[in-house]
Design a protein around this ligand. Structure first.
Ligand SMILES: NC(=O)c1ccc[n+]([C@@H]2O[C@H](COP(=O)([O-])OP(=O)(O)OC[C@H]3O[C@@H](n4cnc5c(N)ncnc54)[C@H](OP(=O)(O)O)[C@@H]3O)[C@@H](O)[C@H]2O)c1
Length: 305
């Protein structure tokens, strides 16, 4: 029997690479793609006509319970920097518990795509996920938690765009001498698909999923520079300018309510002093190969161009 898999933030970076890995397995899976905006509803309905695309307000408990109806699995990606992020997550977990308790329920697996080190309380986007993880662990549901770090993909488009520049400059949003372990979205998507397919092997596991050992942001930039044959100058923006840039990127406007601004403000302050670091061993074990380096990602993207 074909299983129904629900994916949230379906228009986002993570699901954009996961959906194609599952979409063509129509003898096994049917996908329900959860979006928030009308624009994403239109885009995904057209791009994936065989899937069911649903526009949902995650604050609405009734809507949350409907999206899990007859589902076997939810792949829950949590909306970025939303002040109600915890409430969204708790609503979906409650909906999953209710679905699992229905007679003849097929609900079997709650997969949370969280973040590396949710225990970092100085970062709102981590701290909020800590509370979601805690609620999930105590929920009686069969779960798996995936913890990616900062995605190498975030800045790679901007770096590759410098390939024809005679004077390439990368504008850094934080101190480029701070080290991060980077995650690669394709690695994360492959492991996510594996966890969905293999299900019970991954029950009650929490996986720290990073693709690289810690490397300074400047090393990341220069490793991509080497792929395009450039030495890239790095200029760091002033803090306030960076916050405005981030708000524009995440919320679509530079001037936003302080409750929205709090997330990017704290993140950029933190990233200029401390990075998010981890060990790539777990990812390598799950993938059966080493994680993708930023240089390999850059090469693969150039080949696609
Ligand atoms: N970026 C990183 O380096 C990184 C690293 C590790 C973990 N993460 C985590 O990844 C998550 C984001 O995933 P992503 O990068 O795949 O997404 P993304 O590319 O940042 O896209 C944002 C997503 O959030 C959805 N969204 C925004 N407001 C919403 C709301 N009020 N209700 C429901 N959905 C809403 C959007 O849906 P619509 O298009 O329908 O509006 C969109 O799918 C965040 O929790 C973030 O903390 C990010």
């Amino acid at each position: 029997m074909v299983e129904l898999i629900v994916l949230t933030c379906a228009s986002g970076k993570q699901c954009s690479q996961l959906i194609p890995l599952l979409y063509n397995e129509s003898s096994l899976y049917r996908l329900r793609l959860i979006v928030n905006s009308k624009a994403s509803y239109k885009k995904l309905s057209e791009q994936f006509p065989e899937a069911e695309t649903v526009q949902v307000d995650l604050l609405d408990v009734g809507q949350c319970s409907q999206i899990l109806d007859r589902a076997s699995t939810i792949y829950y990606v949590s909306p970025t920097f939303q002040p109600h992020e915890v409430q969204f997550g708790l609503n979906i977990i409650d909906a999953a518990i209710a679905e699992a308790r229905k007679p003849q329920s097929r609900f079997s697996h709650f997969i949370l795509s969280s973040v590396l080190h949710p225990e970092i309380s100085k970062l709102l986007n981590h701290d909020r996920k800590r509370l979601i993880e805690e609620y999930l662990c105590e929920s009686t549901l069969k779960y798996t938690i995936l913890q990616p770090s900062h995605f190498a993909d975030n800045a790679i488009g901007r770096l590759l765009a410098l390939r024809d520049s005679t004077d390439p400059v990368f504008i850094a949003a934080h101190d480029p001498e701070v080290a991060f372990s980077f995650s690669c979205i394709q690695d994360h998507a492959e492991i996510s698909a594996k966890v969905i397919r293999e299900r019970r092997n991954h029950f009650y596991a929490t996986y720290q999923l990073v693709s690289t050992w810690p490397m300074k942001y400047s090393e990341y930039v220069q490793s991509v520079g080497a792929v395009i044959g450039k030495t890239i100058e790095i200029k760091q923006l002033q803090y306030e300018e960076t916050v405005a840039m981030y708000c524009k990127l995440v919320f679509g406007a530079q001037e936003v309510d302080q409750t929205l601004r709090d997330g990017p403000e704290r993140l950029l302050l933190y990233y200029s002093k401390r990075g998010i670091i981890g060990n790539p061993g777990v990812l390598e074990w799950l993938l059966g190969r080493p994680g993708t380096t930023p240089a390999q990602l850059a090469k693969a993207m150039l080949e696609k161009f």
